[in-house]
Each structure stands twice: as C-alpha cells, then as structure tokens.
Design a protein around this ligand. Structure first.
Ligand SMILES: C[S@@+](CC[C@H](N)C(=O)[O-])C[C@H]1O[C@@H](n2cnc3c(N)ncnc32)[C@H](O)[C@@H]1O
Length: 256
C-alpha cells in the first residue's frame, strides 16, 4: 500500500527529476537523472535553489533544453510510478484530447510510453497510436511495452529532433507532455505539426506551471503564454487552461 507520505515523496521526486530532465536544472555535480530518483540531494539543491550546472544547451525561453534520456529503465521508475496518476490525471488528459474510435494520435516525446495504454484504449482497434521520441532507448522501451501490454494498435518510432516525421494531414491529435521546451525552433516545429494534422485536428501541450511546488528554476519553464504564441505563429487557434490540472497547464492548438 502506498501511504500519502510515500505518494508525496514519489510525486516530488518525479517533479524534481522530470522537471530537471525537462527543464535542464541539473545538480551542480551533473548527476544522471535516474540517480536523482534514488534520493541524491544534489537534485533537490539544483532544482529548488536554481542550480544550473550540469549538461545541456539551455537557451531560456527561446532555446531547447537538451538532456540525456538514454536510461529508459531508470526513467520508467519515475515516469510510470503509479502515484503519478494522482496529479497527472491521465483520464482527464485523454478527455481533453476528445479522441474517438478510429482516430490516429501521436504522442511526441512519449518517453517510456506512460500515455500509450490510455491513448490505445481511447482510439480502439480501428485507431492508431504513434509513440514518437528522439531517444532510441525510449523507442526500444516503448516497443517492448507495446508488446508486453498487447497494444496492437500502437507503435513506437524514433524521430529527428527538428520534426515529428509525420506525413501531411495524417493525424487527428497530437499530445506533447513535458517535452515542448526540449524542442528547438519551436515555431518551425509547430508549423510541421500544423502540416501533420488533419482538418479539425489539434495539438495538446501539457507542461508544468510556473508555480508548481517543484521543478526547474522559473527561467527554465515555459509560460503557457509562450507556448500559445509559438503555436499561434504557426497558424493555430489556441485555448489555455491553467487550472484543469493541479501542477500543469494545458494549451490546445487547433488547426483552423
Ligand atoms: C520528460 S520526458 C516526457 C516523457 C513523456 N511525455 C511523459 O510525460 O512521461 C521528455 C521526452 O521527450 C523526448 N524528446 C526530447 N526532445 C524531443 C524532440 N525534439 N522530439 C521528440 N521527442 C523529444 C525525450 O527523449 C524524452 O523521452
């Protein structure tokens, strides 16, 4: 049984780690992220006190935040910890995607595939789920997960950092969770998302709020307004929700 305090600890560790991973706030020692998951204090200092040591190219709001996601098994302990469901609320995220049977949905920066079972169920046997990631080990991990869980309508694909590798007008929905700030030249990337979406389709960007209790230093977080502007620059019509999830905002970009 997971106690409330253990749940909070796990959630905090995920936040520190995921935020660190996603926001580039590393411990001064530059430890690997999965090591942080095992309670290395450097993670807390780095994330909570604004440490910017470690690796990656950190370009503030304009640049991408590079991070080593090669330890898929290590990240799986965090990204797929059952306690994540409490604040991530995957059912609510799926509801916001307004998926229907037979739709094609892409999860960009899908990582270990936390959302894949939820997406798979929502689009049914006639639908298709694409778990896309730049990290080969994440793609391998997702492929194994898809086989293990019998997600016959899902597949994992490795994609370049600069584009989702989707054919024009080929998907109904795109989900991007805690990943948008990893993408460089996001306006150009958004234009590629627009191309990939079918008429009536939309992208959902979910990321940590500025005032989330844990996470990277504020300068490393993208405000929802920035995400919306970047999507609008590519022609999307946006709507932003800051109170739907407890510690993340949701920006929806619809293809007009
Ligand atoms: C913090 S993880 C989020 C994983 C997953 N979305 C989740 O919420 O559990 C960020 C993921 O984005 C991937 N990533 C980073 N840059 C990317 C890009 N340009 N295109 C696709 N995936 C990218 C990383 O390899 C990593 O797996």
């Amino acid at each position: 049984m997971i106690t409330l305090s253990k749940t909070r600890t796990l959630a905090a560790l995920f936040l520190l780690t995921a935020a660190s991973a996603c926001g580039g706030a590393e411990s001064a020692e530059g430890d690997t992220v999965p090591a942080h998951a095992h309670g290395h204090p450097g993670a807390h200092e780095g994330a909570e006190h604004g440490g910017h040591g470690g690796h990656g190219a950190h370009g503030g709001h304009g640049g991408a935040h590079e991070h080593d996601f090669s330890d898929a098994e290590g990240f799986a302990e965090l990204f797929d910890d059952p306690s994540r469901d409490e604040w991530q609320q995957p059912a609510l995220v799926i509801e916001k995607l307004e998926l229907a049977e037979g739709m094609i949905v892409a999860d960009i920066g899908a990582g270990t595939g936390y959302f894949l079972p939820h997406l798979s169920r929502a689009v049914g046997d006639e639908g298709h789920v694409l778990g896309l990631d730049v990290e080969p080990n994440m793609v391998r991990y997702m492929t194994e997960r898809i086989g293990r869980d019998g997600l016959t309508n899902a597949e994992a694909r490795e994609v370049p950092t600069t584009e989702p590798g989707l054919e024009a007008a080929s998907v109904d929905r795109i989900l991007i969770v805690n990943t948008w700030h990893h993408i460089s030249d996001r306006e150009a990337y958004a234009a590629k998302l627009m191309e990939a979406l079918r008429p009536g389709g939309f992208v959902l960007v979910v990321d940590f709020t500025q005032d989330a209790p844990h996470g990277p230093p504020p300068a490393m977080r993208l405000p929802p307004e920035t995400v919306a502007q970047e999507l609008e620059a590519a022609g999307f019509t946006t709507t932003t929700e800051t109170d739907a999830l407890s510690i993340q905002y949701v920006v929806r970009g619809a293809r007009p």
